[in-house]
Design a binder for this molecule. Structure first.
Ligand SMILES: C[S@@+](CC[C@H](N)C(=O)[O-])C[C@H]1O[C@@H](n2cnc3c(N)ncnc32)[C@H](O)[C@@H]1O
Length: 270
């Protein structure tokens, strides 16, 4: 792996922060080097140095977005942390279903390769199937690459082995050679689009539930505050927000009230 100069490192950090708000720590040069070396292999650039020169010159219009994309961490799995999905189906959705009779909109912001929105769809089919026909799940992510994979809904053995019980795999997926594809039953409930959380959210319907899990951790407190504030404006009255296990609204937002259940917790506008 070739080494990048401090000046190139700072250039990439600034670009990634400006375009995505992802804050790369000053001691993470090795990560930038390894991610951009992998990206170089997927392009026609002959070396990391050549890629960096093209990036700095601005002559390759698409390269900036690819660099940002390469710096996202897309770690996810089916039924990640499991309890939020039970709370959603046992506590949150039944109350929302009683409060209005229309479509129940669920937004999975920063959904990576789609395991989270498909998990929500499976949990609903398993735990509150009477609501399935009223549910519309929108999965979004900044990365074009992961949104394409999520839309394809095709997973390899390693991916389905992470968190997905065998009986749900055979019930909701169809085997295609070495891959497993989500069945139309799930696919019909979920749609995907590219969306950058620090840019415009126009075009999204008002939401009953937002899953904003394991993404605020990449942002500094100002950005977290702005995103949490904006999320309140997208939620319908009575709507709920789920964050990741290590994430909180504490010291960032006072509009949300934490609701603790016997399984997990979520946030409601106070
Ligand atoms: C660690 S994954 C979390 C996936 C899923 N929510 C989960 O909990 O398993 C974080 C995701 O956030 C996305 N992301 C990072 N910055 C973003 C931004 N500014 N706007 C939208 N998505 C972003 C990344 O592309 C990545 O797929």
């Amino acid at each position: 792996m070739s080494e990048i100069s401090n000046s190139d490192f700072d250039f990439v950090r600034d670009l990634v922060y400006k375009e995505s708000a992802i804050a790369i720590d000053p001691d993470m040069k090795y990560l930038v080097e390894s991610r951009l070396t992998s990206l170089t292999r997927k392009t026609d650039y002959k070396s990391l140095d050549e890629l960096l020169r093209a990036l700095r010159s601005g002559r390759d219009g698409a390269l900036g977005a690819r660099v940002v994309d390469a710096m996202t961490t897309n770690e996810t799995s089916f039924f990640r942390d499991s309890h939020p999905f039970d709370t959603l189906c046992k506590d949150v959705l039944p109350a929302i279903a009683k409060s209005h009779s229309g479509t129940i909109n669920i937004w999975c912001a920063a959904c990576s390769t789609g395991q989270e929105p498909y998990t929500i769809a499976m949990a609903i089919h398993e735990q509150c199937p009477e609501l399935a026909s009223r549910i519309a799940i929108t999965g979004t992510d900044i990365s074009a690459e992961v949104v394409a994979k999520a839309s394809a809904g095709r997973y390899n053995r390693l991916e389905v082995n992470r968190g997905l019980p065998m009986q749900l795999l055979t019930k909701y997926f169809v085997q295609q050679g070495l891959s497993w594809e989500v069945s139309s039953k799930l696919r019909d409930m979920v749609s995907f689009e590219q969306l950058n959380l620090i840019r415009d959210w126009r075009g999204l319907p008002d939401m009953d539930v937002i899953f904003l899990r394991n993404v605020l951790i990449y942002f500094d407190p100002d950005v977290k505050t702005r995103i949490l504030q904006k999320s309140c404006t997208v939620l319908k009255p009575g709507g709920c927000l789920f964050l990741g296990l290590s994430e909180t609204t504490l010291n960032l937002n006072t509009d949300y009230q934490r609701v603790t259940t016997d399984r997990s917790h979520y946030y409601k506008i106070a």
